[in-house]
Structures are given as C-alpha cells and as structure tokens.
Ligand binder design. Structure first.
Ligand code: FES
Length: 120
C-alpha cells in the first residue's frame, strides 16, 4: 500500500462520526468537484456529490445527508435514497443507478483519498 502521505487528506477520523458526513471541495479528474465522505457502520465511503437524477449536489437544499432512518443517503432535491455502502439508488426513481464512488482509506486516525482521480 502506498504511504498515506502521498494521498490527499480528507479529515481526521474524529471529525467523521457514525452516520455523519463531510463535504470536501477538491479536484476530480483535474476539475473542481464536491466529494461526500460519510461513515456508516464504522466504515468510510466517498462519492462524487452529484445525484444520478439531475446534476445537483445531494446537499443542494439542506445539509442533512443521511435520511431520518440513518440507513440511507438522501438527495435533498427530490429525495432519492442511496445505500451508503454502494451509492446505489433504492428509490423507484433512478432505481439501481449509482453514485460515482471515490476510494478512501482510514489509517492511524486519519482519512485519505486513495483515488488517483482526486487531487487538491
Ligand atoms: S436531483 Fe437528486 S433526487 Fe432529483
């Protein structure tokens, strides 16, 4: 495994509690992009912050990302819900479509983007 120092840091682990998320403004494929990093059942997951329904950020209407059950990520525009582990839509609308996953790793209390498409 590459040393984490060669990766862009997302945040300290302590800043990403269970069922919470952060939004990171980075570059993805050399273009400015918003990335969601969330923690679900202890694991960290990251996705490009763009709904499969329309090119909207999931937090475009408000900053809550997990739905009221805490089991799904929910787009604040029209309410599509996504499985946090896969980013796959569970809603009738866009059923089966998937958020673009971004690789992250958690090492020694810090979370990094380990995705070659991500840069500062
Ligand atoms: S833009 Fe996300 S559900 Fe419509």
């Amino acid at each position: 495994m590459k040393h984490p120092d060669s990766y862009l840091k997302a945040c300290d682990s302590a800043h990403l509690q269970e069922g919470r998320h952060i939004i990171c403004e980075v570059h993805y494929n050399h273009a400015p992009e918003s990335i969601i990093v969330c923690r679900f059942k202890g694991q960290c997951y990251a996705y490009v912050n763009r709904c499969v329904h329309m090119p909207k950020r999931l937090n475009c209407e408000h900053d809550l990302l997990f739905d009221t059950t805490g089991q799904y990520l929910r787009c604040s525009m029209h309410g599509i819900i996504y499985t946090p582990e896969t980013g796959i839509s569970q809603s009738t609308m866009c059923n089966g479509e998937q958020l673009k996953a971004v690789k992250v790793i958690e090492v020694d209390g810090e979370i990094y983007f380990s995705d070659k498409h991500v840069s500062a």
